[in-house]
Design a protein around this ligand. Structure first.
Ligand code: B12
Length: 219
């Protein structure tokens, strides 16, 4: 039987194979962003298996743990790559996963890439209520705010957060980006965000543009 691919190893929660394939890919010079794209594909397939009742909640949890262990390996390489492409100033960003959503793997990747590019990032964590975003913007004066969401049931959290920022009179001070598997151009537009980022790299590019620092290029 032929060996599993990285996508399959993640989709079927085979942690030893997944970790070995990531290490081998790094050693043979595969760009970290390409490895990350394969990992995302694997997580997507795991989610599809969950939707088809081929696996259950513990598998999703295990998949999340595998991805976190992979990120411990891959993260420094991604951050190094982003750092080589950044400017020298330290603009601020505030980021969190929206209220009622506890998915944090994608958000953590965005945080890591922003930090690697020299941003001073305030990570609010998961299940962040709109008021907490407002409070952090007041306190830290970021130029960019990022919201992550993986659950379509949390669209209203995005709208409520943008509205709370507007009500607090802070909307003109920050650029707002949204991302995560449940986000889309349409959601960004309807909720009044400035940008939808399909990937962490898109978010990084937008944040760099807002902060006026050298934009990362593709690997
Ligand atoms: C792992 C996982 C979990 C883990 C999360 C562990 C963790 N620490 O995050 C656990 C087990 C906790 C979990 C729980 C649940 N989950 Co879940 N989960 C997943 C799964 C399989 C992978 C998510 C993931 O980490 N992907 C990898 C990361 C890297 O991808 P990403 O987050 O999209 O991030 C990338 C980009 O989107 C972008 N990005 C992310 N955020 C941001 C932000 C900005 C600003 C920008 C610019 C970019 C950006 O950058 C990243 C890299 O490029 C997805 C499947 C899927 N299709 O996404 C289901 C999925 C999201 N879960 C789902 C569901 C239903 C649930 C539960 C409701 C299950 C239940 N019955 O309890 C709960 C909800 C808990 C809650 N209240 O939040 C559904 C959602 C369906 C929907 N339409 O809303 C999915 C799609 C599975 C499915 N197909 O059914 N889950």
């Amino acid at each position: 039987m032929s060996e599993k691919t990285l996508v399959e190893a993640i989709a079927y929660c085979d942690e030893p194979t997944a970790l070995r394939l990531v290490k081998e890919a790094l050693q043979s010079g595969v760009p970290p962003q390409e490895i990350l794209a394969q990992c995302n594909q694997g997580m997507l397939e795991l989610g599809n298996r969950f939707s088809r009742d081929e696996c259950f909640l513990p598998d999703l949890m295990f998949g999340g743990m595998i991805m976190k262990n992979i990120m411990a390996e891959l993260g420094p390489h991604l951050a190094k790559q982003a750092a080589g492409q950044a400017g020298t100033s330290r603009p601020k960003a505030v980021i969190g996963t929206v209220q009622h959503d506890v998915h944090d793997i994608g958000k953590d990747i965005v945080v890591m890439m922003l930090r690697g590019s020299g941003f001073d990032v305030v990570d609010l964590g998961v299940d962040v209520p709109p008021a907490r975003f407002v409070e952090a913007i007041r306190q830290h004066q970021p130029c960019v705010v990022g919201m992550s969401l993986l659950l379509t049931t949390c669209y209203s959290s995005v709208t409520a957060t943008v509205e709370a920022i507007r009500q607090a009179g802070l909307r003109d001070q920050v650029a707002i980006m949204v991302g995560g598997a449940a986000a889309s151009e349409l959601l960004a537009k309807n909720a009044g965000c400035d940008f939808y980022g399909k990937t962490a790299v898109d978010g990084l590019k937008f944040a760099c543009q807002v902060a006026g620092i050298t934009q990362p290029t593709s690997p």
